[in-house]
Design a protein around this ligand. Structure first.
Ligand code: ASP
Ligand code: MG
Length: 450
């Protein structure tokens, strides 16, 4: 079997959903399981709904709900067979109104918020169900909350792989065996007790890979609106090229630092089993896209150790200078305990004998974080930083790469350098204003001029 996941822009209107139906029909003999995201921008609207509820803006709530309902009804009206989606859609909107109206003026509980944020996928999957049925395909709509079992960490729940494998075999495998095309939602799950959860923003990719791993797929296809992973962000480097292939590690680095194409955890469940991920463009289904696997498909790429150059603005650099760290132990544990207590993830990390530099993204916790770090040493904070990552498999074993990287960065200043032992990336922190020019110079150095 295969898993075909379609992102928000691949279901954003009737035209996109028709293209989806054609793509699925062409893969019917491969036993596809279809996973869909919410229509483009819908999850953002749901986030704003939660805010309207909290602020007691009942009128804004009603207006946004009406706009969302209208948009889904309009897509249904444009689809052949789309009217089949209306009863389920209308019922889902009625139920949501019933839940949200009495909550106006208060903060939603984490479980209520997850229930709300996951509605977009439930709606979109009803539209796609109608379109696939309208195209004569034997679709079977499945509620993902029956299969994607998670812990109860609302907002960003952790999937429970063994439970998911069992549920996928109980719920999805019989459908596949019966010649049906299971269609389900990305992003949403439920605890073992049935309370709704979500996998974090962009989590539909993760759903696809969880199902692919659970059912031993031959590949997982991620359908999006670009041709694949690229050598750099094309908005900054117009001559950037699509990568024909990348390794799991490279894809994870790229997803973490910059490229929004793939959820960072997507490769996790698949890498162990060696199941390839293919990134494909639903608007140009004939483009071969990027294939991600354990090794780069060497026939496709002969060009050197660098796969791509990414950057991520909006980093905050935190330095802790602590002379007492010299020769002491236990210091790093104390330091990281502070980050753990405030639930602030660290992106880049480097240390010297007497200081530690880290970057964080979350500004909301910064003040409290700095206050609690202060007893450990002298803390300085620099905002407006960017993380640049040169990503490539086997970089460490290629002499001279670092010199070329630092040569290309000049005359800008590098504030922190970090190279992991995985040797998949050379990462450094620069001032955000310098970022785009640095990425352009690096791209020219490693990929040549246009
Ligand atoms: N719809 C969800 C989001 O916007 C999940 C996804 O699209 O992957 O984050
Ligand atoms: Mg996405």
């Amino acid at each position: 079997m295969i898993v075909c996941k379609f992102g928000g822009t691949s279901v954003q209107d009737a035209g996109a959903i028709l293209r989806l139906a054609k793509i699925v029909a062409a893969r019917r003999h491969e036993q596809p399981v279809v996973v869909v995201s919410a229509l483009a921008r819908v999850t953002d609207s749901l986030v704003s709904l939660a805010e309207s509820v909290r602020q007691g803006h009942g009128a804004a709530l009603e207006a946004t709900l009406e706009t969302l309902h209208d948009r889904h009804r309009a897509v249904a009206a444009d689809l052949a067979g789309g009217e089949a989606a209306l009863p389920a859609l209308d019922a889902a909107f009625a139920e949501l109104r019933r839940v949200l109206r009495p909550a106006v003026g208060r903060v939603l509980s984490p479980a209520e918020r997850d229930l709300l944020l996951g509605q977009g996928e439930l709606w979109s999957s009803r539209l796609v169900e109608a379109a696939l049925a309208g195209a004569g395909l034997p679709v079977a709509w499945v509620d993902a909350r029956q299969v994607i079992v998670t812990d109860d960490r609302h907002g960003r729940a952790t999937p429970q792989l063994e439970a998911i494998r069992k549920a996928a075999h109980a719920v999805l495998a019989p459908l596949l065996a019966g010649g049906r095309i299971p269609l389900t939602q990305g992003f949403i799950g439920a605890t073992a007790a049935g309370r709704p959860t979500i996998l974090g923003r962009g989590g539909s990719d993760f759903t696809a890979s969880l199902l692919g791993a659970a059912l031993d797929a031959v590949r997982v296809e991620i359908w999006t609106d670009v041709n694949g992973l690229m050598t750099a962000d094309p908005r900054i480097v117009p001559e950037a090229r699509t990568l024909a292939s990348a390794t799991y590690d490279e894809a994870a680095e790229l997803a973490t630092f910059g490229a929004k194409v793939l959820h960072p955890a997507t490769q996790l469940p698949l890498a162990a089993a060696g199941i390839p991920i293919v990134i494909l463009n639903a608007q140009h289904p004939d483009h071969p896209g990027t294939i991600i696997g354990a090794t780069r498909a060497s026939a496709l790429r002969a060009d050197g150790p660098i796969g791509s150059i990414s950057w991520k603005p909006g980093a905050i650099l935190v330095n802790v200078r602590a002379p007492r760290m010299l020769g002491a132990y236990g210091f790093l544990r104390q330091l990281f305990e502070v980050f753990e207590r405030h639930e602030v993830p660290v992106d880049v990390l480097a240390s010297s004998e007497v200081s530690v530099s880290l970057t964080v993204e979350d500004k909301s916790r910064l003040e409290a974080l700095v206050r609690d770090l202060a007893p450990l040493g002298e803390v300085t904070v620099n905002e407006g930083r960017a993380i640049v990552a040169v990503v490539g498999h086997g970089m460490l074993s290629s002499p001279g790469i670092a010199a070329r990287v630092f040569g290309a960065v000049q005359p800008a200043n590098i504030e922190v350098i970090s190279q992991g032992a995985s040797a998949t990336n050379l990462t450094f922190v620069v001032r955000e204003v310098d970022g785009p020019a640095i990425v352009q110079r690096l791209h020219r150095e490693f990929f040549g001029s246009p």
